[in-house]
Design a protein around this ligand. Structure first.
Ligand code: ADP
Ligand code: ZN
Ligand code: ZN
Length: 675
């Protein structure tokens, strides 16, 4: 009796045995099986196996969804590595890697796998704008185009259906002349400088696996280097995967890829609909998509002809997924490149300490771009000592003068403050009552425009009362400052300037974000107040002054990576200043002007920062010099969690080996958090 072993999306670390029944599913095919009285979709991992269970206990497969295996052996091996490395059941990793449509029993669209062409002699009269757009696309292509392809060109399911109904589009045979990408690569307008050329040559002349760290100051032309390296791989007919931290925030980068490559590009990020994700995945898996650009989960896109991976802003935290399947997309990318024996390029203006360490260990090849491309100079970075100073809206006089100077010259300034809302604390002057989220045990942030107190951890909301709920006093104090208050304050102090606040609250949808950025590019908003969102990859030609309003929190954080993140963010936002012909200036406000890490930033000496921090980390045996594991427990009552962890501490022999130092149990920094 032979069974197939199936990976199922359940939190049990094993494969499950089923009898093939009337089917003969191959490895990599999806099957529907009954598990705990429910029908679910799994993937066959092994066939023709023996089972340790008696036949009476085994069930038949109910259905086989793929005649031809959906997932290749090679791809499954990579996914199995992820499962092993991150200790997550294989079925769960596969579930995270597949678009949700492929995990369902019924296909959601009847048009999947269909190709379409234009009917003969059709008229395009009376079409809506979107319909006309699709019609002209088909006229231009004059061949048969698959449903998936149309979806990834941005056409909606509804538009496609409507043209079918009108008889304008008709189903076509797959054997017909179907669409292929033109694979055209347009020449760049810029001539690479020596360092860029060297970087491109080192990568393109390397034909096996290698990890390259492209360390280039902001505006040094890293993207230009990626474009050339990618072009080299695309012309050989292979696929390229590019991972970016946040696509929605970097439309300019996407535009540059589209302008350079007339190839089939698919984009994968969290804002796609299920159907769009499915379509992108199918084209990547079939090899039809030449270039896949995506955020972290795109690392799991199957690409049979993968020839290169690029990870831009490799230090960025968003490449780490911190819940469910916990993984680092950058680390997975390196392993994937190694298994495929291809090059991988990690780029950043502020590479992670881990990557520098790997360069020092000769695991990565190091490529440096030390100059800003196109003649732009690095901004001047100054520290403004806040000690004992009078502040207006958290800004020192010196910062206000600088804002005045730059705006009067007609330039743009950016005030960077990583705290949303009006103010982070509201308390009662008479009795000391503080507005707190009882679920999270953390202060509510006051959002004035919404007249609400909002918990930034669990998003619970309350309206702000006029009086203290505890003593009826009306003396409620607002403490601290967020972007909302800062923006209002700037409007008050600089009434002649347009002030624009760009954070998650003002740019809820993608459209509002795009609009806000468009007006930022045009320079009509002279004062920009923004969070993290604005720190990333934007190119604002008129921006000449950046003020980092508050840098102190991170210098004293309990998170050993907080300083690294602060310095990276400051360097990145500084990189926004003066990218074209205008000289830039950066002000960092702090109460700790002598801090050695901030000193590195003012000296534009990121390398020195890395040296100092790596030294500190090695002294403390922190990563990358040591390995940390966290055992965390959650319970309704503190005591239960602590007791459980204490019992673990004594009962797990591996925890008590020589060379393992145990700290705790201790309470989490954020003890209560809901949602
Ligand atoms: P990064 O990705 O390192 O921030 P970019 O590739 O975006 O840098 O380059 C910054 C700017 O410099 C862009 O406007 C780009 O077109 C321009 N640029 C890049 N390389 C060159 C070059 N060799 N000569 C002139 N301009 C260049
Ligand atoms: Zn009170
Ligand atoms: Zn809360």
């Amino acid at each position: 009796m032979k069974v197939v072993k199936v990976a199922l999306p359940v939190q049990i670390n094993s494969l499950f045995d089923y009898l093939p029944g009337e089917f003969s599913p191959a490895k990599g095919s999806r099957v529907v099986v009954s598990f705990r009285r429910k029908n679910i979709v799994g993937v066959v991992i092994k066939t023709n196996c023996d089972s340790s269970l008696p036949k009476s206990k085994l069930k038949n497969i109910n259905m086989c969804l793929d005649e031809i295996p959906l997932l290749s052996d090679f791809y499954l091996e990579f996914i199995s590595w992820v499962s092993d490395y991150y200790h997550e059941p294989l079925g769960q990793v596969i579930a995270a890697a597949l678009p949700s449509c492929l995990r369902k029993i019924d296909d959601i669209s009847p048009m999947t796998d269909t190709c379409f062409r234009l009917a003969v002699n059709v008229k395009s009269k009376g079409l809506s704008k979107k319909q006309a757009c699709l019609y002209h696309f088909m006229v231009n292509k004059c061949c048969s185009v698959s449903y998936w392809w149309l979806l990834t060109e941005g056409f909606r399911d509804k538009t496609i259906s409507s043209l079918i109904q009108r008889g304008i589009l008709v189903a076509s045979d797959k054997t017909e002349d179907t669409i292929v990408s033109k694979q055209q690569i347009l020449p760049s307008k810029v001539e690479l400088n020596e360092e860029q050329k060297n970087a491109v040559h080192r990568v393109t002349n390397n034909y096996n696996y290698s990890t390259f760290l492209l360390d280039g100051v902001t505006g040094s032309g890293k993207t230009q280097v990626y474009l050339e390296i990618i072009a080299d791989v695309l012309v050989s007919g292979r696929q390229v995967l590019v991972l970016l931290p946040e696509i929605g925030l970097t439309p300019q980068t996407l535009k540059r890829f589209r302008a350079k490559f007339d190839v089939k590009i698919v984009v994968i990020h969290s804002k796609l609909t299920e159907l769009e994700r499915h379509a992108a995945w199918m084209l990547a898996n079939s090899g039809e998509a030449d270039l896949v650009i995506g955020t972290r989960s795109a690392i799991f896109t199957p690409m049979p002809k993968l020839g290169l991976i690029v990870v831009d802003e490799e230090h960025d935290n968003s490449f780490k997924q911190q819940s469910g399947l916990r993984y680092s997309a950058r680390d997975c990318a390196i392993m994937r490149a190694k298994r495929s024996d291809i090059n991988i390029v990690l780029g950043s203006a502020t590479p992670s300490l881990e990557s520098y360490y790997n360069v020092n260990q000769s695991r990565y090849e190091y490529l440096k771009l030390s100059q800003r491309a196109g003649g732009a100079t690095m901004p001047k970075i100054k520290i403004v000592d806040l000690r004992g100073r009078r502040l207006q809206f958290a800004l020192a006089e010196q910062s206000l003068q600088a804002i005045k100077k730059h705006t009067q010259m007609g330039n743009q300034v950016l005030l960077f403050l990583n705290r949303r809302g009006f103010c982070p604390v509201i308390f009662c002057h008479d009795c000391g009552w503080t507005a707190k989220c009882t679920r999270c045990d953390t202060n509510y942030t006051y959002h004035k425009d919404k007249h609400k107190l909002i918990c930034h951890l669990c998003n619970s909301q309350k309206s702000l009362c006029k009086k203290c709920p505890s003593c009826d006093s009306e003396k409620l104090h607002e403490v601290g400052i967020g972007t909302e208050k800062l923006a209002l304050g700037m409007q008050e102090l600089f009434p002649e300037c347009n002030v624009s606040r760009i954070d998650r609250d003002t740019t809820g949808g993608q459209n509002t974000f795009d609009e806000a950025m468009d007006s930022a590019y045009s320079g009509t908003n002279q004062i920009l107040v923004g969070t993290q969102m604005l720190a990333k990859g934007h190119h604002l030609p008129k921006l000449t002054l950046v003020v980092v309003v508050d840098s102190d929190g991170a210098l004293h954080s309990s998170d050993f990576r907080a300083v690294e993140r602060l310095v990276q963010t400051v360097v990145q936002v500084s990189g926004r200043a003066g990218r074209e012909s205008l000289a830039g200036e950066v002000i960092i406000q702090t109460h700790f002007p002598e801090n050695k890490f901030l000193q590195c930033v003012t000296g534009h000496n990121y390398t020195e920062f890395v040296k100092l921090s790596l030294h500190d980390r090695s002294q403390a045996s922190l990563p990358p010099y040591g390995v940390l594991a966290l055992l965390s427990a959650e319970a309704l009552f503190e005591k239960q969690a602590l007791e459980f962890l204490t019992s673990l501490k004594f009962s797990i022999p591996q925890l008590n080996l020589a060379g393992v130092s145990l700290v705790g149990p201790m309470l989490a920094a954020q003890q209560k958090k809901v949602g």
